[in-house]
Design a protein around this ligand. Structure first.
Ligand code: AMP
Ligand code: ZN
Length: 314
């Protein structure tokens, strides 16, 4: 009998992920860029992706949110105030840049010539890759907000250092967020009130959806407590779909998240009544929804069920 390391035997889930990844690459939906979870995108991907985003925006049109767009990097000082590094240090990533002189440059080139890694010659540049697109907004609304609260429509790049061969888990992706900053009641209402509409939008795409309490991957030992608190306080819900059927857990393709006073406190945001503001975010994971659609209906949108095509105005 041969004894094999259990970790080297691909599970049914590993096989299902590899099969979806292979299909997306072979059918030229995505292009492998040579780093796990980094892909180029072709026309067919963009076509569906744009349709998903447009449908998501339409479903939130009544909120009349103020549109804001931010770059994919944020100043370290702003990142600092979100406390992200305390909860998810393993997902965070920073920008480095070369600040040396000619001598340092020669040393870098010599290291490169020897086939060595040369990134250690770069210095941290006080910039972080944005892990969530709503972060920059809180710094902009510091102070007292209007009585009725504020609504924002924010879409942009997110980077999370979680390399994976699961095509649902990217390092660089986009989320479209609808953010509300207001009172404890209005923030909760924003999160809860939109859940049925988000669910039916995603179900209208022909996806099987469950809404479940989120269990974010908070880091380390303290993280276990934070994760338990998130579940017990019912702070965040995820819209999950079984991309890999019975082979693995369903994947979150969108979320509805109540931050309570987390950002209100960190960024000194107060309501008209002088209380600390609360906030909530509704996030559509645009690549995840798009890839879930290809997984559910195949890589040729022309052959998708008529009602799905109609829901996406394809
Ligand atoms: P979160 O802030 O973790 O709730 O993320 C918001 C949404 O972004 C999730 O519901 C996912 O749809 C999407 N998302 C999160 N992480 C990833 C990832 N690594 N790759 C692709 N999409 C992601
Ligand atoms: Zn957010």
């Amino acid at each position: 009998m041969t004894i094999t390391e259990p970790t080297t035997v691909p599970t049914a889930l590993d096989r299902a992920r590899a099969a979806l990844r292979a299909t997306l690459l072979e059918d030229r939906v995505l292009i492998d860029l040579g780093s796990p979870g980094l892909y180029g995108r072709t026309g067919v991907f963009e076509h569906v992706y744009a349709a998903v985003d447009t449908a998501a925006v339409r479903s939130m049109a009544d909120l009349q949110s103020s549109v804001l767009r931010f770059p994919p990097v944020e100043p370290l000082a702003a990142f600092e105030r979100t406390d992200y590094i305390a909860s998810f240090p393993d997902l965070a990533a920073s920008i480095s840049a070369f600040t040396g002189d000619d001598r340092a440059h020669r040393a870098l080139l010599a290291a490169r010539e020897r086939g060595e890694r040369w990134e250690s010659f770069l210095e941290p540049a006080d910039l972080m890759l944005a892990p969530a697109v709503c972060h920059p907004v809180y710094g902009l609304v510091t102070g007292t907000i209007p009585q009725q609260g504020l609504w924002f429509d924010i879409v942009g790049d997110s980077f999370r250092r979680e390399p994976s061969l699961d095509p649902m888990r990217l390092q660089a992706f986009h989320m479209h967020e609808f953010v509300h900053i207001g009172t404890p009641d209005s923030a909760k209402e924003h999160r809860d009130g939109r859940i049925p509409a988000m669910r039916s939008l995603l179900e209208g795409f022909g996806l099987e959806i469950d809404v479940v309490p989120a269990n974010d991957p908070f880091f380390g030992r303290v993280g276990k407590i934070l994760a338990r608190n998130q579940v017990e306080a019912s702070l965040k819900y995820e819209f999950v779909t079984p991309v890999y059927g019975d082979a693995g857990e369903a994947t979150a393709i969108s979320s509805a998240n109540l931050h309570e006073d987390h950002f209100g406190t960190s960024f000194s945001i107060t309501t008209a009544d002088g209380e600390t503001a609360h906030s909530a975010c509704l996030a559509f994971g645009l690549e995840r929804i798009t890839i879930a659609l290809f997984a559910a209906h195949g890589t040729d949108p022309a052959s998708w069920p008529a009602d799905v095509r109609r829901a996406l105005a394809l």
